[in-house]
Design a binder for this molecule. Structure first.
Ligand SMILES: [Zn+2]
Length: 153
């Protein structure tokens, strides 16, 4: 069973993040495996995403596109919820789970109040490591930071 309403009582709040812009921070303990929020937005084709955002690959990290599969994207700029504020980290405490094409953000460890919620965006890219580092830099600050949100090249 899918949760009927994932946004009535969010376990996080949105505020300034040291990683980038705004981020999502836990306001209460979140247990490992807990489903936190659905990544919502308009479901569009990869072609439509490319039209909408000029060159999807180049600008994807500035957009709110989530790639469900090679044909389908979720554009959180249209009808998206608070899930779009979760930043990328190379050492994340959440992950995106695909359940029949719907995307849910789920905790992969116990998370204490005040901790920023992150997941690995795992952008696919045809670029070389050097290009990926330049075009899609990561500022997550993790010791294991790979320097870019692209994964794996
Ligand atoms: Zn990083």
């Amino acid at each position: 069973m899918l949760p009927k309403n994932t946004t009535t009582s969010l376990p996080f709040e949105i505020r300034q993040s040291p990683i980038a812009g705004l981020g999502a921070f836990a306001v209460r303990r979140i247990r490992k495996g807990q489903r936190i929020i659905e990544y919502t937005g308009e479901r569009i084709s990869a072609d439509e995403a490319a039209r909408r955002y000029d060159d999807g690959r180049m600008t994807r990290h500035h957009t709110l596109l989530f790639e469900v599969d090679e044909h389908t994207m979720i554009d959180a700029a249209v009808g998206g919820n608070e899930s779009r504020y979760l930043n990328h980290s190379c050492a994340p405490n959440c992950r995106a789970v695909d359940q029949d094409g719907r995307i849910f953000i789920e905790a992969i460890c116990n998370i204490q109040p005040g901790v920023e919620l992150t997941y690995d965006y795992q952008y696919e890219s045809d670029e070389s490591p050097a290009e990926a580092l330049e075009r899609y830099p990561c500022y997550c600050g993790a010791e294991t930071c790979r320097g870019t949100i692209v994964y794996p090249w």
